[in-house]
Structures are given as C-alpha cells and as structure tokens.
Design a protein around this ligand. Structure first.
Ligand code: RIB
Ligand code: CA
Length: 316
C-alpha cells in the first residue's frame, strides 16, 4: 500500500522535484501540498506548486499558507541576492507553463489540522520550506503533535550553513517557527540538514540521463537541476563542481527508502537571536545539553540510490 504524504513547500526548484517525486512515485500517495513563503514570496510559491502538478497532468489539491514568519514582519534581516552577480538557483516563476488549475478554498493551516484530526491512516508530513505553516497549526491545535505520526523536515546545518556561517535557509527564514516545531513534542521526527543533502548531489551527467528519458517530469527536473548547478558552481563553494544538492527531494526519497539517509538520534534546538547566529540549529552530537533526543538527524545520504530513484520514478 502506498504511503500517504503531505508536502509543505516554498516552491522553488528543489521543492518542484520533491513534488514531482511524491506525485509520481508508485509507493507514495500525495494527499495535498501546502504553500508557504520562502525561496520566493507566497504568490510565487503557490503558483509554482500549481504549475508543477499541471505540468504532470496530475490533480493534487494545493492549499495556500502563510506569507510571513509567525513572529517577525519579515525574514530575520532583509534578504538581498544571496551571491550578487550569480545565478539564483530558484528564479521567481519556474520555467514551465503557467498554471491552469486553482488553489483550494481552505487555508493550509486549517487543512493540516482538519486532515490530521480526521486521519485514520498514517500520513507523513514533509515540510521542506520555512516551518511557518506547521508552527501556526501547532499553535492553533497543539494536539496536532499527537496526531502527526511521522515528520521529515528539510532544514538546518551542523557543519556549514547556506545563509549565515551556521544557518540553513528554511530555519533561518522563520527561526521562531522552527523552535515551536522542534519543541512541540512531535513523534518520529527526522531532520535532513545540509550535511546530508550535500552528500546526494545530482550532476550534469545525471541531468543528461534525465533529459534523455523525455517525460515531462524528467525534462523539468533536468532543467531545474541544471539551473541549480549553474548557481552552485558560480556562488556556492560547498558543492562539488558540476553538481548540486536537490535538498527537498531527498526527504521524499527517504519516505520510501529510509536507508537512503543515515541518521543519529539527537537533541536539536534553534538559536532565535543575533544577526549572525539567528537560525542556527544547535545539534548536540556530544550530548552536552544532557537533554533527550527530540529527532533523528541525517548526516549522510546515498547519492547513487537517490539519483536512481529520480531516474526510475521519472522514466514513465
Ligand atoms: O536550504 C535549502 C532549503 O531552502 C530548500 O528547502 C530550498 O528549497 C529552500 O527552501
Ligand atoms: Ca524548499
């Protein structure tokens, strides 16, 4: 039986690949997608999410979520071009045709609460953008923490951040929301930080193999990932040349193939103060805090298994 999942996305090139993997993998049933502000403002993340499903010819309900962080007027400090003069790995609108479908009337926060309240089967929650919608839902309905059986979050960094020296974008963009989610008492939480996503890069050769498949999903993935590779090659020294991470899709891959990531149970919290330290995930690898682990943290990933899954899923 297919595993049901809900994706919470700030679409985004890597979110787009995650959406396609979830929509097309035979062992996954994508129940719905919630949009949130992040990589681009909310109107773009919502439109891009609709575009992805229209491009695949798939009818998946899209619920629009929140346009601003839960406690701040905007991101912690104004966000300029991440690396001036280099390719932005997301752009604004995804490079596929404009949407023809429309969003649901229900707000994403209400959808999350009511779906999990009524659920009779396991639905895995996969937030791969700022945790704004999830934190808001937990604030409105704290019992959501008991109702969600499993959560796989793309976010955080132990070794190196991608926004500040130690902060990863999703956590940095709404640090208070991340703090709420990390300490809400959710069960079976897996955190997939940059440490893991940078172990599963997709290369230009992989893109050529995807493009050769000739399906809408494979061609779109090749286009999105080639854009990412250009951006990383120009301005992100943490990535191997000619290849880029596709962070969010790795979280979806881990639903059907958990061994694709290697995890350790650890205590994790979030720094919510300071211009340089805000958004940092403090991952207690040495047990110094003496706190019980609150999530499984991925530090490694199987790159070839990940690429194989993309090729197999997008082949037909
Ligand atoms: O830091 C990587 C994450 O930030 C990814 O989820 C990407 O889509 C952006 O949201
Ligand atoms: Ca994302």
């Amino acid at each position: 039986m297919a595993t049901k999942v809900i994706l919470d996305v700030d679409t985004g090139t890597d979110d787009a690949v995650a959406l396609m993997l979830a929509a097309l993998h035979p062992e996954i049933e994508l129940v719905g997608a919630c949009s949130v502000a992040g990589n681009v403002p909310l109107e773009f993340t919502t439109e891009n999410t609709l575009r992805v499903f229209d491009h695949l010819g798939k009818s998946v309900p899209v619920y629009q979520g929140l346009s601003k962080p839960i406690a701040r007027e905007d991101f912690p400090v104004p966000r300029g071009a991440p690396n001036p003069g280099t390719t932005n790995v997301h752009g604004d609108y995804l490079d596929i045709p404009a949407s023809t479908s429309t969003i649901q009337d229900t707000h994403a926060v209400e959808f999350l609460i009511e779906t999990y309240r009524a659920a009779t089967e396991e639905i895995v929650l996969i937030p791969v953008g700022p945790l704004t919608n999830i934190a808001a839902a937990l604030r409105v309905e704290p019992r959501l923490a008991e109702w969600v059986p499993r959560t796989i979050i793309m976010g955080g960094a132990h070794h190196t951040g991608n926004l500040t020296p130690r902060a990863e974008f999703n956590i940095w963009a709404d640090p208070e929301a991340a703090h709420v989610v990390f300490h809400a008492g959710l069960r079976n939480v897996t955190l997939v930080p940059l440490d893991a996503t940078h172990k599963a890069l997709v290369s230009r050769d992989d893109c050529a193999a995807l493009r050769a498949l000739g399906t809408p999903a494979a061609e779109a993935t090749a286009t999105f990932v080639e854009r990412r590779i250009k951006g990383y090659d120009e301005g992100q020294p943490m990535s191997r040349a000619g290849a880029a991470p596709v962070h969010d899709a790795l979280c979806v891959a881990a639903v059907v193939q958990p061994e694709i990531i290697t995890t350790q149970d650890l205590y994790v919290t979030v720094e919510t103060h300071g211009e340089v330290t805000v958004g940092e995930t403090i991952i207690d690898v040495a047990g110094r805090s003496k706190r019980q682990p609150n999530m499984a943290v991925a530090f490694d990933a199987d790159e070839r298994a990940f690429v194989r899954m993309l090729l197999d899923t997008f082949a037909g």
